[in-house]
Design a protein around this ligand. Structure first.
Ligand code: NAD
Length: 327
């Protein structure tokens, strides 16, 4: 029995489906029901009883459940879920004699938004500058602790930024909405309390919905990895089963970062919306993370290029449009 935490989330749902399609026995644990059927416990990582129940008869754990937030008001909740929850889950897994524990960490532990060198390898110093990144680094420390003192095999995966392809062209989606659409970005910056940035963005509003091409203060377009959930699933399954994964820490993500100056015209040609270019104060986002270790050690191969993701995203956008018209 494999326990998957975060089983109602973007990555967790896809991992559960992939495991079940391969005939593996899976139990989900999440705050909310996944709606996908199959065995799952609706409960919190903060609840010792829920974890105790979830761990019954479990051989392996894929710990994908976490609270991702960049709002100051969410800090306590985030530490409770991501740090204390991870510690509690590790304790229970260790006690239950679990064989392997895979932990979903993040590139924010380096952090990617202020790298000391490129490409970022697993040997890059770990100095997160967001509370979220800090919760994940503390989670990694808890994993190392259990690896030292116990018998459980552990694997740390530092996830790239991850999207379902359909999210890329969806202005309502959590990540791509504010990343690629101007008005959702304005709302996001207002909710984060960044009024100066929100005002800057507002001054670029052309009176109709538009995309945003983000650049830094010197006009350098943002560049980052955006990995398809399906590639993440492939990497997670390797971390679960590959003998050489035990004890390792691996970057997991697409081979190449995406240059926003090349991406935005493609996005705009699919939505028909204009692009406004905004130069943000500061260095902006510009990184490249190496996935060489996971490719060479576990045989990981990313399949979903940005162009393939965009094909899927366009089809999903057409389906959403047809449904809205039908309503
Ligand atoms: P997601 O938000 O879609 O899924 C996370 C799930 O965890 C949600 O279903 C949520 O309900 C659940 N959860 C939150 N707090 C919980 C708690 N206290 N108890 C039980 N369940 C709880 O996120 P995702 O994109 O599927 O990410 C999966 C993992 O990968 C997370 O650990 C995340 O931190 C990490 N990660 C994601 C990205 C990304 O870009 N999506 C990047 C780096 C790392």
């Amino acid at each position: 029995m494999i326990l998957v935490t975060g089983s109602a989330g973007r990555v967790g749902r896809a991992v559960v489906a992939a495991l079940r399609s391969r005939g593996r026995i899976v139990r989900g644990l999440d705050l909310r029901p996944s709606g996908t059927g199959g065995e799952e416990i609706v409960g919190s990582l903060e609840d010792a009883e829920a974890i105790f129940k979830a761990m019954d008869g479990v051989s392996d754990v894929l710990h994908l459940g976490a609270f991702m937030s960049w709002l100051a008001a969410d800090r306590d909740r985030m530490f409770a879920a991501n740090v204390e929850g991870t510690g509690r889950l590790l304790d229970a897994a260790s006690l239950a004699g679990v064989r392997r524990f895979v932990f979903a960490s993040t590139g924010e532990v380096y952090p990617e938004n202020r790298p000391e060198f490129l490409p970022i390898t697993e040997d890059h110093p770990l100095r997160p500058n967001s509370p979220y990144g800090l919760t994940k680094l503390l989670g990694e420390e808890l994993v190392h602790f259990h690896q030292r003192i116990g018998r459980m095999e552990t694997v740390i995966l530092r996830f790239s930024h991850t999207q379902d392809a359909a999210e890329l062209l969806d202005e309502e989606s959590f990540f791509s909405g504010p990343r690629f659409f101007l008005r959702p970005r304005i709302r996001q910056q207002q909710s984060l309390g960044n009024t100066a940035v929100a005002d800057l963005l507002q001054s670029h509003d052309v009176g109709e919905p538009s995309h945003i091409l983000a650049r830094n203060e010197n006009g350098r377009p943002f560049r980052m990895h955006i990995t398809d959930t399906r590639d993440m699933v492939a990497g997670i399954l390797l971390a679960l089963d590959h003998p050489k994964a035990a004890g390792g820490a691996f970057n997991l993500g697409a081979d190449e970062p995406v240059d926003f100056a090349a991406l935005l015209p493609k996005i705009s040609s699919l939505t028909g919306l204009p692009i406004v270019t905004v130069d943000f104060p500061g260095d902006g986002v510009y990184y490249h993370t190496s996935n060489e270790r996971i490719r060479n050690t576990l045989g990981f191969e990313a399949q979903w290029t940005m162009d393939r993701m965009l094909d899927d995203a366009a089809a999903a956008r057409r389906r959403r449009g047809a449904m809205e018209q039908g309503q």
